[in-house]
Design a protein around this ligand. Structure first.
Ligand code: ADP
Ligand code: NA
Length: 343
């Protein structure tokens, strides 16, 4: 019986926002005590994925550090899990190449994320040559690297959002193709753990909270001060219908606030229950209560983040140790795969 291995990754895009935290990172922390000690937890800061789009070297370096410090600040324990930069483990790129040699171009080109990039690019750069000329091979083959991330560590469980399900299917496809060519050596990831709630933008609650939205007030960073949190929640867009109710379709602003409240509510009330409690309240009263819950729920993260960020030698030590553990974790697969291929 193979041990359970959980693999998940996060892009080095700086301090995570509330959506990243609620939708992904909180689960990473919880798995530390929900899973048996024998389950391997492997979390990667995927810097190789980040360079599929242009990056400023100094900024990328900085963002990697910020994400590392943030992961530690929310409570990931480097003793319990493996936290590492993708680029510090050569097996990821190496396995990607080997997988690429049996992966199908047709399958990749049908993937929706690529298609959306293609249409974006063709609409914005019509006068810059044929469609696709500015699109990079790395971006196109991104899912192969993602498959390598998962397969190098023989991950059995990969928590991914709905937008990434296709990529997990593609990882399975890579296993099928490789195993067909070389024998049964790779293990397909078995389970998709579905994501938790989706947090919506504070300024446009019909779209999800995202770092790609221009408005800083649209998102809360997990290192925001209590004043910043209060101010952003205070100016969150809501409708002008009197009273509070939970109905994401017709009242997205209030519903999003109630979702956020529910996630951090000490009494664990559902958004619907909270809507009943605040049914006759003003937006201001609800927003104060949401802010209180959120500030309490994120308490400590900011201070730990600032302490960690100032402790460069400690972060360096964590980086080295993470790289060592992750290299060791990927070694078995690389030996099996290379031997199977005759390398
Ligand atoms: P962004 O949308 O800001 O670019 P990413 O795509 O880098 O965020 O997502 C990183 C992780 O955070 C993914 O697991 C994703 O599902 C999760 N995530 C991102 N935004 C949200 C959100 N608004 N609500 C819930 N989860 C989210
Ligand atoms: Na995104």
């Amino acid at each position: 019986l193979r041990p359970r291995v959980v693999f998940s990754g996060i892009q080095p895009t700086g301090v995570p926002h509330l959506g990243n935290y609620v939708g992904a990172l909180r689960q990473w922390v919880n798995l530390q005590h929900e899973e048996k000690p024998s389950t391997k937890l492997i979390y990667s800061i995927v810097d190789l994925h980040a360079i599929t789009v242009p990056q400023k070297p100094e900024v990328l370096k900085q963002r990697k550090r910020e994400v590392l410090a943030a992961l530690l600040a929310i409570g990931l324990d480097p003793e319990r899990c493996t936290i590492f930069y993708q680029s510090s483990v050569p097996a990821h790129s190496e396995l990607m190449w080997i997988l690429a040699c049996t992966a199908s171009v047709g399958y990749l080109s049908r993937m929706t994320q690529w298609k959306s990039k293609l249409s974006l690019d063709s609409s914005s750069t019509l006068d810059e040559g044929p469609v696709g000329s500015r699109l990079k091979l790395g971006l196109f083959s991104y899912p192969v690297l993602q498959a390598a991330d998962i397969l190098a560590h023989r991950a059995t469980h990969v928590p991914v959002g709905h937008d990434q399900q296709q990529h997990l299917e593609f990882a399975r496809e890579c296993v099928t193709n490789f195993n067909h060519a070389y024998g049964n050596h790779l293990v397909p990831p078995s389970t998709i753990t579905s994501p938790a709630q989706r947090i919506m933008s504070l300024t446009d609650p019909t779209s999800k909270m995202s770092k790609s939205h221009k408005a800083q007030r649209s998102r809360i960073l997990i290192t925001d001060t209590p004043e910043e949190i209060r101010s952003k929640i205070g100016s969150a867009l809501t409708d002008s219908t009197p009273g509070v109710s939970y109905d994401p379709a017709t009242r997205p602003g209030f519903s999003n606030l109630l979702e956020i409240y529910s996630v951090f509510d000490a009494e664990k009330r559902s958004p619907v229950q909270l809507a009943q409690v605040y049914a006759n309240s003003s937006p201001k009263v609800l927003k104060e209560a949401v802010s209180d819950a959120l500030i309490a729920g994120l308490h400590g993260i900011r201070d730990r983040y600032l302490d960690l960020s100032a402790n460069e030698s400690f972060l360096e030590m964590i980086e080295k140790e993470g790289a060592r553990k992750a290299q060791e974790s990927a070694q078995e697969t690389m030996e099996i795969v290379k031997s199977a291929v005759g390398l």
